[in-house]
Ligand binder design. Structure first.
Ligand code: ADP
Ligand code: MG
Length: 771
């Protein structure tokens, strides 16, 4: 067993080694198979790649052979052509659209011109495109022909190739057969030798056939070469045609780009134009809208206006028509109206004339009546009026009790003043009393009525009476800054004359004279010391005149001022002490106003006598001698004569003693009749002057009292003796005689009817002369 076991073991090991060997062999085989399969697979891959290459080669060759390529090219070109045609069509469509748009309004603008140019260019391009197209068609044809020929050539080439292949196969088969035969023959040397011999015999034939076939092959190869040549030429031709096509295509492309550019440009232009147009349209539209709105508004306004105006228009038309009718009828109407108006006017003028005449007549009558009434009024008030003026206290009055004020006034009555004399108050009533504060102007206001009556042809005398230093010269002449009655009177006369200048011609002349010691001297003459005489007019009118008395015509205030100055100079040259001299003489300013009424030829003459009398103060009983005494006597005499005359006039006595003094004689015609006289009695208010003041006031009152009615006169007369007694007591004897007469009971009978009628006659006479 053991041995069998060992044997078996050995067998087992042997078998195991065999198994291992077999396993190794299997693995080697498997490896071999794997490598073989990998190898095979690689071979398959390479074969596949080769196959692909072959296929590619075939396709390349195919493409190289060119038939299909040319077709492709042709197809491409055809497609290109189609595309171009479509583009062209689109362009034409656009062009048509553009043309349609161009028919729209805008004509002469730049865009139109541009458009025309572009169109021309487009037409040109189209022509060029057409040419290109024809060329292309020609080329297409050529390509077609060439393709056809190429197809033919290819066919022929294929045929010849097939023939050649067959020939080759046939030849290779025959060569194989021949080689087999040769081999067979070699193996069978006898036979072979025979066969060789036959073959050699046959081989000659075969050789010949081979030669033939070789020559044929050569010919075929030549043909193939020729065909190749032809193909090459064809290819070259194709290439050239392709080149041309490419060129043409490039040209077409160029044209296209150009066309496109032009088109783009045109489009841009069109767009710009469109935009511009749109903008313009928008603008115009908006403007039009705004305008439209305004127009609408206007229209609405106009409509409302129209509505309101229509009735107005209707009335206006109506008016117009009626006016037209009136205008038509106007000349006739006018003529008629003118005729009637003329008649009416002439009638009215006639009426006015007659009324005027009547009125003038009435006016004259009224004037006369007024004058009469005025005169009567003045007469009733008194032709001789007496005013008193009290000067203010001056430095010359000194100081102390002597300079005390002795004159007082009545607050309620401006005609009354009270004088405190020796402890007693004596009251005086005059026509008016001016207190110290009364201005020159106020004084003149009371005087101016007298002055103006001189223009109407009345004679007026204004006397300044009073003791020296009481203000006579101040009242009459005044100062340069504050002129007195003289200058103001002349100014008034000038202005009155001017205001009447339309109807009247007036001449104002002035004389200045002085009466000293009863002799009359001309202050404006060349020889002032010459004594003048007063004479009766030789014409028998009873008027007095002074031969040689200078009368100067004055036209302005300047003239008067010169005359006054001249008179002063003349007066001053004659004496050593002007003040003293002037107080001892009467100064007269005689103003004559002569008037002529141009419409009636009526002449009037009025005289204004302004007299600054010599001082009325009494000369003391003792102390006055020689010339001083003579002067005093002359003054007394002349002032008494003035009093007498006034008294006689007032008491309407038949005889008025004018001739008793030079002064009254000279003023005779200015004191008598319905002449007007104003006596301005100047007094000093100073205590030391009360005696003279008393005398002056008595003189004033008496002059005034003359005219009073019998009853009041009686009362005056009752009071008279005591006053006179006072004077007598004082030993004064200078008072004029009328007053003495009055005191001695001289009767003051009321005016007799004869005297009245005489006065009335005088007034009538005066009125008759003054128209
Ligand atoms: P007569 O002429 O009476 O001698 P005057 O006129 O020379 O007196 O006056 C004497 C003085 O008194 C002068 O200095 C004058 O200026 C002054 N005088 C007179 N009256 C007035 C008056 N009313 N207002 C102011 N001064 C006056
Ligand atoms: Mg004097």
């Amino acid at each position: 067993v053991m041995a069998s076991m060992a044997h078996l073991q050995e067998e087992k090991l042997q078998l195991q080694e065999e198994l291992l060997g077999l396993q190794e062999k299997l693995a080697a085989r498997e490896n071999d198979e794997l490598s073989r399969s990998v190898q095979l697979q690689g071979q398959v891959e390479t074969l596949k790649a080769k196959l692909l290459e072959q296929a590619q080669e075939i396709s390349r060759l195919h493409s190289e052979l060119g038939g299909t390529d040319a077709e492709k090219h042709r197809d491409l070109l055809a497609a290109e052509n189609e595309r171009l045609r479509q583009a062209m069509k689109a362009c034409e469509g656009e062009l048509r659209e553009l043309r349609r748009q161009q028919q729209a309004p805008c004509h002469d603008c730049d865009h139109c011109q541009e458009n025309v140019k572009l169109q021309e260019r487009l037409a040109q391009l189209q022509l060029e495109a057409e040419e290109t197209r024809t060329k292309l068609v020609e080329l297409d044809l050529e390509v077609q022909q060439k393709t056809n020929r190429l197809a033919e050539v290819e066919l022929r080439l294929k045929d010849s190739l097939a023939e050649r292949a067959q020939e080759e196969e046939r030849l290779s088969r025959r060569l194989r057969d021949s080689q087999e035969t040769i081999a067979n023959l070699k193996s069978q040397p006898q036979q072979v030798k025979y066969i060789i011999k036959t073959v050699e015999v046959e081989s000659a034939k075969v050789k010949q056939a081979l030669c033939e076939s070789q020559s044929r092959n050569q010919y075929l190869q030549e043909q193939v070469g020729m065909q190749r040549q032809v193909l090459k030429e064809m290819e070259q031709q194709l290439q050239s045609s392709q080149k041309t096509a490419a060129q043409l295509r490039a040209q077409i492309m160029m044209y296209e780009t150009e066309l496109e550019r032009a088109h783009g440009q045109m489009l841009e232009e069109m767009q710009a134009m469109e935009e511009e147009k749109n903008h313009a349209i928008e603008e115009a539209f908006s403007r039009a809208q705004v305008e439209m709105k305004a127009v609408h508004e206007n229209l609405a306004g106009v409509r409302t206006n129209l509505l309101t105006l229509q009735p107005a228009l209707r009335t206006l038309t109506h008016d117009y028509n009626s006016l037209k009718r009136q205008v038509r009828d106007f000349p006739l109407l006018l003529q008629e109206a003118l005729r009637s108006a003329r008649a009416e006017i002439s009638q009215a003028i006639e009426e006015v004339h007659s009324t005027n005449r009547e009125l003038l007549r009435k006016y004259r009558r009224e004037l006369q009546l007024r004058k009469k009434c005025h005169n009567e009024l003045v007469r009733l008030k008194g032709n001789i009026r007496v005013f008193g003026r009290v000067r203010p206290i001056t430095k010359e009055d000194g100081e102390g009790p002597e300079a005390a004020n002795a004159v007082t006034f009545d607050a309620d009555d401006d005609a009354v003043l009270h004088l405190l004399h020796k402890g007693k108050q004596v009251s005086f009533e005059l026509d008016k009393v001016f207190p110290p504060q009364a201005s020159q102007e106020e004084v003149f206001q009371e005087v101016q009525a007298l002055v103006t009556s001189c223009i109407d042809g009345y004679n007026v005398c204004i006397f300044a009476y009073g003791q020296t230093g009481a203000g006579k010269t101040y009242t009459m002449e005044g100062t340069a800054a504050n002129p007195g009655i003289n200058q103001r009177a002349l100014q008034l006369l000038f202005s009155e004359v001017r205001s009447k200048a339309a109807d009247w011609d007036y001449a104002i002349s002035v004389s200045a004279a002085e009466i000293y010691n009863e002799s009359l001297r001309d202050l404006l003459g060349k020889e002032p010391q010459e004594k003048l005489e007063i004479k009766l007019c030789p014409d028998g009118s009873g008027q007095l005149y002074v031969p040689g008395l200078t009368e100067l015509r004055v036209k302005s205030v300047e003239d008067i001022n010169k005359i006054f100055e001249f008179g002063h100079v003349n007066r001053a040259t004659e004496c050593t002490n002007l003040n003293e001299h002037s107080s001892r003489s009467h100064a007269l300013l005689i103003v004559t106003v002569r008037g002529l009424d141009r419409s009636t030829g009526l002449r009037t003459t009025g005289k204004l006598n302004l007299v600054d009398l010599a001082g009325s103060e009494r000369v003391g009983r003792s102390g006055a001698e020689g010339s001083r005494l003579r002067e005093a006597q002359h003054i007394n005499k002349s002032l008494s004569a003035l009093g007498d005359v006034i008294y006689a006039l007032r008491s309407r006595q038949g005889h008025v003693p004018f001739r008793n003094s030079k002064l009254t004689y000279l003023l005779q015609d200015s004191l008598s009749g319905d002449s007007k006289t104003l006596m301005m009695v100047q007094v000093s208010p100073a205590e030391k002057n009360t005696s003279e003041t008393l005398c002056s006031l008595k003189f004033a009152e008496r002059v005034r009292s003359v005219e009073l009615g019998p009853v009041s006169r009686k009362a005056e007369l009752a009071s008279w003796p005591s006053q006179e007694q006072l004077e007598v007591n004082k030993g004064a004897s200078h008072l004029p005689s009328p007053w003495t007469a009055a005191s001695s009971g001289r009767s003051h009978t009321s005016t007799s009817p004869g005297q009245l009628s005489g006065r009335a006659a005088s007034i009538r006479r005066k009125l008759q002369t003054s128209g």
